[in-house]
Design a protein. Structure first.
Length: 282
């Protein structure tokens, strides 16, 4: 709640969408040229996704993204953006993307409409992951748009080196280096000897009722399944909670990917197909 109130106050006092500074909103210098020596490219471990970021923050972001991919939402099926020299879309100055200190992931699912799209389990896991990247004095390194006010500024796709109103104080290069060292992170985002301090949590699951996941029905649980299908690379059509032909075809494609054939791949969900989506069927 404190983060949301800080963000609301920040928006009220934000300047008009004008580039008046060469420093991004989190206090890091903007980098107008992607070939700048301060920038580097990296591949997210366990994926084929690439990012372009400031060198100092690259190990932390690669490690974070690899954990998001494993524990929250697969990255390969959708988009992943990083450096872009531009103003912040909500105003106030230069975007944190412009300093190579922010990323946007899976906005094909986490839509830019200021609404919540993650399940409660995914959001809890995201919070647990972010809490593991803290400075020696207990401040998070990362700020997450998913904590911003729903309906007004919520932006679950967005992670950045935190602004002071988000994480309690400015996060600088020394902080990033200290956390990178304390977590024993290599340049490629993988963990070296002695880390991590704590193992990642379990993959989040959400309970769904099979009786409500049937062709022809329209309800909230169908929508949960549709979002999970899209997150795993199976397009169910509009995320409207209506179990129509496109959703059934997506379920059938999932079933075939699991090795089911014939009548076993009829597009009617079962426990195994839901488990493959990280959903617990009851």
């Amino acid at each position: 709640m404190t983060v949301l109130l800080r963000h609301a106050a920040h928006l009220r006092t934000a300047a008009i969408h004008t580039r008046t500074s060469s420093v991004s909103l989190n206090g890091w210098p903007g980098i107008p040229d992607e070939t700048d020596a301060r920038m580097t490219r990296g591949t997210v471990p366990g994926t084929h996704k690439h990012v372009l970021l400031r060198k100092e923050v690259m190990p932390l972001f690669l490690n974070l993204l690899s954990r998001i991919n494993k524990e929250v939402l697969p990255l390969n099926p959708g988009p992943l953006d990083s450096w872009e020299y531009r103003d912040a879309r909500l105003g106030g100055g230069l975007s944190n993307h412009a300093s190579g200190t922010a990323i946007d992931f899976r906005y094909d699912v986490l839509e830019a409409d200021h609404q919540i799209h993650m399940t409660q389990a995914q959001r809890r896991q995201m919070e647990r992951i972010l809490d593991s990247y803290k400075t020696a004095d207990g401040h998070r390194v990362f700020g997450w748009g998913g904590e911003w006010t729903p309906g007004r500024a919520c932006d679950e796709m967005h992670v950045e080196i935190g602004q002071d109103w988000q994480v309690g104080r400015p996060i600088g290069v020394a902080d990033v280096r200290q956390v990178t060292a304390s977590m024993h992170l290599r340049a490629d985002g993988t963990v070296g000897p002695g880390g991590p301090v704590s193992p990642p949590g379990p993959h989040p699951t959400t309970r769904v009722h099979l009786a409500l996941l049937r062709p022809g029905l329209t309800n909230a649980e169908v929508k949960v399944m549709q979002r999970a299908l899209l997150a795993h690379g199976f397009n169910p059509g509009p995320l409207d909670g209506a179990f129509g032909p496109r959703t059934r075809a997506a379920v059938a494609a999932l079933q075939r990917s699991l090795g089911f054939t014939g009548y076993d791949a009829d597009g009617v969900p079962g426990r195994k197909s839901m488990a493959a989506l990280g959903l617990t069927a009851v």
